[in-house]
Design a protein around this ligand. Structure first.
Ligand code: DGL
Length: 274
């Protein structure tokens, strides 16, 4: 039986934080990565654009690469695109949504921060999660466009500008939150810097491990062999980018427990979906 193949999709490098959790939990699973770098950032774009780009790119990739399961490793896309993808693809599609439920169970002072892209913080999906799971908390939302860019730049070797980051997340410090939901997959990549500028936060809650558990469950439920040992050529992350591949990203991957795979480049002819 060949190893299951999972596709991880994001607008940029954020989904790598999810790929890292998948690799750690499922070392016997092949991983491909698809980033819509030509459409980045999704956090400022209309819903219809995000849905169209995401569906087109995933469908095109699947004509080249047969995968068994897709992870939409982007909160911004997941809040709008899952029904469209699930309606068109005959394989499981796992989405990522802000981890408000576990965070609401962790806070001790009842003050919760939700840090996400400008689109995610204002989506009805997020309102609904807060209403269902954090109605007993005082919730402060911050949607700042800078954070995804600082995370993208960090993986290319540029330090995160701490003063600007401090300014961006100040409402969370002012509100005295003890728990922060990292509601964008880019943010675990700058968690160290966030902890520096918000030293009173005790819990940083992201969705990576929950997604890895869910994927493991679905693959096992479909009787796929997740316990095999991958060949050397299959261990790396095969990555495709609709625009340019972020510079020096391959050098950053080992910090996440990942390694570059055999396909590592811009995907010719695929940036025209804009
Ligand atoms: N990584 C994406 C998320 O989880 C957002 C990045 C973007 O704005 O494109 O929401």
């Amino acid at each position: 039986m060949s190893a299951p193949h999972v596709l991880v999709f994001d607008s940029g490098v954020g989904g790598l934080s999810i790929a890292a959790c998948l690799r750690a939990r499922l070392p016997g699973v092949r991983l491909s990565y698809l980033a819509d770098t030509a459409g980045f950032p999704y956090g400022d774009q209309p819903e219809a654009t995000v849905i169209r780009r995401c569906v087109e790119l995933v469908e095109r990739l699947m004509t080249d690469v047969p995968v068994d399961l897709i992870v939409v490793a982007c909160n911004t896309a997941s809040t709008v695109v899952l029904p469209a993808l699930r309606g068109r693809l005959g394989i499981p599609v796992v989405g990522v949504v802000p981890a408000i439920k576990p965070a609401a169970a962790l806070t001790q002072n009842g003050r919760l921060g939700v840090l996400a892209t400008p689109a995610t913080v204002r989506r009805p999906y997020t309102d609904d999660l807060i209403l269902r799971f954090a109605a007993h908390c005082e919730v402060t939302r911050v949607g700042h466009p800078g954070l995804v860019r600082w995370a993208e730049n960090k993986v290319t070797g540029e330090p995160v500008p701490l003063e600007s980051l401090h300014e961006a997340v100040k409402p969370l410090g002012d509100a005295g939150v003890d728990t922060v939901v990292l509601g964008c997959t880019h943010y675990p990549l700058i968690r160290e810097e966030l902890a520096q500028v918000l030293p009173n936060v005790h819990h940083w809650v992201d969705s990576g491990e929950a997604i890895a558990r869910r994927v493991a469950f679905l693959l096992e439920e479909a009787s796929m062999d997740t316990d095999g040992v991958l060949d050397e050529g299959e261990v790396g992350l095969a990555a495709r980018f609709s625009g340019p591949a972020p510079a020096a990203l391959d050098a950053f991957l080992p910090r996440l427990g990942l390694q570059p795979g055999p396909v590592w480049d811009q995907w010719p002819g695929h940036s025209e979906t804009s």
